[in-house]
Design a protein around this ligand. Structure first.
Ligand SMILES: [Mg+2]
Length: 400
């Protein structure tokens, strides 16, 4: 079998007029995201699908460029082709999100082909099943949304954002009680300084969180280590990292308790399986990032989490844009707060090319809308001390 062609399918999830990833506050996603799917076709008619994340409109070009070195190759040689793609990227291996996103989608599709060719699910190729269903967590900005998710059987929710994370955590914890797991994502921009993150992390300690996510900017590994040492809550990070070398220091120095590789940009299932092993040796759990991802990467994550012992859970936007289920053959089955692990050969999902074509990508939508608002995402600066610190930490501003 030989790779005959690699095609890309770029689309925009959500209304084109929506300018950024956002929520209506009632648990529905209203923002817009670009999704990029790939299809690797072979000369024997078998094909595989994958998904690339990070900067989809630019990754499309990277996929087309990598296709030129993959056509004619045997798709079964996944590791060799991964190495070939890595070396091809400016020949020095620093992939960035564009390179890693392109490799991830192609690698995913190669695993799909192998599974289909052998008539077995991808989890079987990754070592077999440790579990038949994967626990998920969803997003909630208010107690009402968290309670609605709880009523549907979801057992864990995450809240967060630049504005008022402490108040959100306190309100949700009070509403849902202690039997539901609760997490908070403190990501920027603007990213917090390490000292702000420690102050906020300590204020969050009474709420018994499963983890505190991304307390500092992804480049700030030393800051992450300081935060982890300075608060009595587990820390999760890493959705923007790629390859085993991009993760090595964070894992080896045990800066986090949970790693969150993004299935569309961590380097593919090939890298994620290795990462999971590295994490396992350090008693670190794996909870793949999936907030902005489309539905194909979600299937890939389910196969990985089925096959590794240290799977914590999978991020999932319940109440996502309705077109999410339109662009694939069928969504995964949710049952009691868990997604069932697919059992069809390969990844168990296909893309609907006609449906994807109905939602063309029109532009970059990753920049938050809004004008200059100091201390908020609208300020459009990368790192900034929280100017609304008193509000974020749940205390009235001095002098008020
Ligand atoms: Mg996050």
């Amino acid at each position: 079998m030989k790779i005959a062609a690699i095609k890309t399918f770029l689309m925009q999830a959500g209304a084109p007029s929506d300018s950024a990833w956002a929520s209506d506050g009632k648990g529905h996603q209203t923002g817009s995201r670009n999704w990029l799917f790939v299809k690797v076709a072979t000369d024997e008619g078998v094909y595989g699908v994958g998904e690339c994340s990070g900067w989809p409109r630019v990754i499309e070009t990277a996929v087309e460029d990598l296709a030129s070195i993959l056509v004619g190759e045997d798709p079964a040689d996944i590791e060799r082709l991964w190495q070939k793609m890595m070396v091809a990227q400016m020949a020095h291996g620093m992939t960035g999100v564009v390179g890693a996103g392109a490799m991830s989608g192609i690698d995913m599709a190669l695993w799909d082909i192998k599974g289909k060719a052998l008539g077995t699910p991808v989890w079987n190729l990754l070592g077999g099943r440790v579990r038949e269903r994967v626990r998920i967590y969803s997003h909630a900005a208010t107690p009402e949304v968290a309670l609605a998710l709880k009523a549907r059987g979801i057992t864990a929710v995450k809240t967060g954002g630049v504005r008022d994370p402490l108040r959100k955590v306190a309100a949700i914890r009070e509403a849902v009680g202690l039997e539901m797991d609760l997490m908070v994502d403190l990501h920027g921009p603007p990213w917090m300084t390490p000292k702000d993150a420690i102050l906020l992390g300590r204020a969050l300690e009474p709420y018994q969180l499963l983890f505190v996510e991304d307390p500092v900017a992804p480049e700030n590994l030393e800051g992450l280590a300081r935060v982890a040492a300075g608060i009595a809550l587990p820390v999760a990070a890493g959705e923007r990292r790629a390859t085993i070398w991009g993760w090595r220091e964070m894992i080896e120095r045990e800066m986090v308790d949970v790693i969150q590789p993004d299935t569309g940009r961590a380097g593919g299932l090939s890298q994620m399986k290795k990462l999971a092993g590295m994490a396992e040796a350090h008693h670190i759990m794996v909870a793949p990032h999936s907030g902005t991802l489309g539905p194909v990467a979600e299937f890939a994550a389910l196969h990985l989490l089925a096959a590794i012992p240290n799977a914590l859970m999978l991020e999932r936007i319940e109440n996502d844009w309705p077109g999410r289920n339109e662009v694939i053959s069928a969504p995964p089955v949710l049952e009691g707060g868990h997604l069932l692990v697919p059992t069809a050969p390969g990844l168990g999902v296909d893309i609907d090319e006609a449906a994807i074509a109905r939602y063309p990508s029109v532009r970059n939508v990753s920049i938050a809308a809004g004008g200059y608002e100091p201390g908020t995402a609208g300020e459009h600066v990368y790192v900034q001390t929280r100017l609304r610190r008193a509000a974020a930490f749940g205390r009235p501003p001095e002098g008020s």
